[in-house]
Design a protein around this ligand. Structure first.
Ligand SMILES: NC(=O)c1ccc[n+]([C@@H]2O[C@H](COP(=O)([O-])OP(=O)(O)OC[C@H]3O[C@@H](n4cnc5c(N)ncnc54)[C@H](O)[C@@H]3O)[C@@H](O)[C@H]2O)c1
Length: 254
């Protein structure tokens, strides 16, 4: 596993699922972590778990959809932890919360982390950014048969629109910052066993249907995405920038 000794990692949505597992993996590599989440208690819990295992982690309540909060949180991280080397824009919501909230969190939230994070990393001499996009950033989604006849809700398509835009922002910022030492990449997970997918996994036949969409024949686990996140953020990926890496058991290869 790559070393993150003497590196400071800022991560959003660190209170659950993929963000929490990524925080654990960065910490295992020796990073100092700033765990942030709109659920401040969950972020604290992640940081406490890291500290219990002998790692270094602080926590902060942060709503990524609010630009000023994101900017202030990045600055506070650099001040408190003595640097900033990696920014992981991971926080997200499922599409069921409607158009505005999905776009505010899943698109604008990533944008603020990129806009302020890339500038800060460049100023400090370089670094890496990893955005959590989705297979929905590369293709459209098809719901389980039991949900396909439901009326289209107002926010339909917002999740796919936001995630496609995250892939676009990843490419744009990677070009803009390549010569300033900042690499910008994205992971595109397939369906992963986290609280976000609990509802659809819970409907009759839901889990089997979702598993059938992945040629590997199962859903992923958050640790498998965290492994890709930490790789892209590490020096092992020093010549990789602007990629949207599927971590999807073959979902987008079909
Ligand atoms: N689970 C999947 O199948 C899957 C697949 C592809 C992509 N993703 C993406 O992975 C990322 C992490 O999702 P997960 O599956 O770990 O879900 P999760 O629900 O377990 O975790 C998401 C975290 O984001 C936090 N969050 C929500 N809104 C926020 C906001 N406004 N500001 C800050 N934090 C906020 C939540 O409190 C939660 O802790 C999301 O961007 C999601 O879209 C998930």
């Amino acid at each position: 596993m790559a070393s993150f000794e003497d590196r400071v990692v800022f991560i959003t949505g660190a209170g659950s699922g993929i963000g929490r597992e990524s925080a654990y993996r960065f910490a295992a590599g020796g990073a100092s972590l700033m765990c942030t989440d709109v659920d401040g208690d969950a972020a604290e819990e992640t940081a406490a778990n890291i500290a219990e295992r002998g790692g270094t982690a602080s926590a902060m309540k942060l709503d990524v959809s609010i630009e000023d909060q994101v900017h202030a949180a990045l600055q506070k991280t650099a001040q408190e932890l003595g640097g900033l080397d990696v920014v992981v824009n991971n926080a997200g919501v499922g599409g069921g919360v409607g158009w505005e909230t999905t776009i505010d969190v899943n698109l604008s939230g990533v944008y603020w982390g990129l806009f302020h994070g890339a500038a800060m990393l460049a100023e400090r001499g370089g670094g890496a950014i990893v955005n959590t996009a989705s297979i929905a950033g590369l293709v459209g989604l098809v719901g389980p048969p039991a949900m396909q006849d439901e009326p289209i809700e107002r926010g339909a398509g917002a999740y796919t629109a936001a995630k496609h835009a995250v892939v676009g922002l990843t490419r744009q910022f990677s070009n803009t910052y390549a010569r300033r030492g900042v690499r910008v990449n994205a992971v595109c997970p397939g369906y992963i066993e986290t609280p976000m997918t609990a509802e659809v996994r819970g409907i009759e036949g839901g889990a089997d249907y979702l598993a059938s969409l992945h040629p590997i024949g199962r859903l992923g686990n958050p640790g498998e995405v965290a492994a890709a996140v930490t790789f892209l953020a590490s020096d092992e990926a020093s010549f990789i920038t602007g990629v949207a890496l599927p971590v999807d058991g073959g979902y987008t290869a079909r």
